[in-house]
Design a protein around this ligand. Structure first.
Ligand code: FA5
Length: 344
């Protein structure tokens, strides 16, 4: 029968020889397990006198704790040396390029819209939106384009039913605001939104595009106020030396009416295929709100006057960033979209 001393010596020797985690675990079971050396030792208890038992039990317990402590320490030392070994083997090359996370960026049309809205809100304009599926009433009739008027031909669109259509211009938001704010003058709003037309797509035309409508109604508003406002926008968006050209034009809802052109970004005014050899690219239509439009909305046109403009955001993007074909703004080519990362 082995004595406590013998078991202790034997266990210590076995543990000393254990040189890896696996062996150690096996030994832990052999020494401390249910059928292990210490359990055998405990069996001797029943052959002892009653008064010797507690002393014996205490000694076996002390040994058990001592051996457990040794095993725990060995386990941590194995884990530590394993880790050190791994660290020395796996060298990290900190000069390798990092795995960068791909992040999205704002679409150029959003960048441009944001810039325009920011400018106008800084001048005290309020942003107002309207429905894309619009009533004929607000898109045409209130804009002084009655049923069967030939001007409707130029803005043919997609009809949902006889009364509802995909709006052809943000002037539809203008006529809505004129009506809802007729008793709340002056009006100073900036209205962004998608617009749709049955236009043939080419380098500068798309069947869906974005417009931003500006509208200011107050007493004594003059054409020079409109011109000054547009010049501020042109230089703010395109740089201090950006020239604009006001061309006489005709809209049913403004009188007088103008179209506003910017020098072509591609040829700088020389004439090229992008600007159809004119040296200019049309950015917006504008004018003094027609007295009839004011009256239809319930506003006294003898007391109040104002200007409105409708700007093509797509055209503005083309002019600012030199995008040669409007269609590339809608085909989601990441090579183009990635270029705008740095403009935000
Ligand atoms: C209008 O839509 C008028 N509602 C603008 C207006 C508002 C005039 C308020 C007076 C007062 P026009 O059809 O010219 O006008 O379009 C205005 C701008 O939208 C154009 O200058 C152009 O920049 C843009 N645009 C027009 N059609 C297209 C198209 N198919 N694709 C891309 N941009 C377009």
């Amino acid at each position: 029968m082995s004595s406590i001393h013998d078991i202790k010596e034997e266990s210590l020797q076995l543990l000393k020889d254990a040189d890896n985690l696996e062996k150690l675990e096996k030994l832990r079971v052999e020494i401390l397990g249910k059928k292990g050396l210490l359990a055998d030792l405990m069996k001797q208890m029943r052959d002892l006198d009653k008064d010797e038992r507690p002393v014996f039990g205490q000694k076996v317990n002390d040994l058990k704790q001592e051996l457990e402590k040794i095993i725990r320490e060995k386990i941590s030392s194995f884990i530590e040396s394993e880790m050190l070994k791994k660290l020395s083997e796996e060298k990290i090359d900190i000069t390798l390029p990092g795995a960068s996370l791909k992040h999205g960026n704002k679409h150029p049309l959003t960048l441009m819209s944001d810039a325009i809205l920011e400018l106008y809100t800084s001048m005290g304009y309020t942003v107002v939106k309207g429905p894309e599926i619009e009533l004929d009433k607000y898109n045409f009739e209130r804009a002084n384009i009655p049923e069967n008027h030939p001007a409707r031909e130029m803005q043919d669109t997609f009809f949902v039913d006889v009364e509802r259509l995909l709006r052809t211009h943000t002037t539809a938001i203008q006529t809505r605001v004129l009506e809802s704010e007729s008793n709340n003058l002056p009006i100073k709003v900036i209205c962004p939104g998608k617009t749709y037309r049955r236009d043939d797509d080419d380098a500068t035309h798309s069947h869906q595009f974005i417009q931003i409508e500006g509208l200011l109604i107050d007493e004594n508003i003059k054409m020079t106020d409109l011109k000054g406002t547009l010049e501020v926008m042109a230089t703010h968006l395109f740089g201090d030396d950006q020239k604009i050209r006001l061309r006489p034009s005709y809209f049913q809802f403004t009188e007088p009416s103008v179209e506003v052109d910017l020098v072509c970004f591609n040829c700088k005014g020389e004439g090229c295929s992008v600007c159809k050899q004119t040296g200019w690219i049309e950015l917006l239509g504008a004018g003094m709100v027609h007295p009839k439009v004011l009256e239809m909305a319930g506003i006294d046109s003898l007391r109040y006057s104002g200007f409105a403009f409708g700007l093509g955001v797509d055209r503005a993007v083309m002019l600012k960033y030199g995008v040669k074909d409007i269609r590339s703004l809608y085909t989601n080519d990441v090579r183009l979209l990635d270029m705008f990362d740095r403009f935000d």
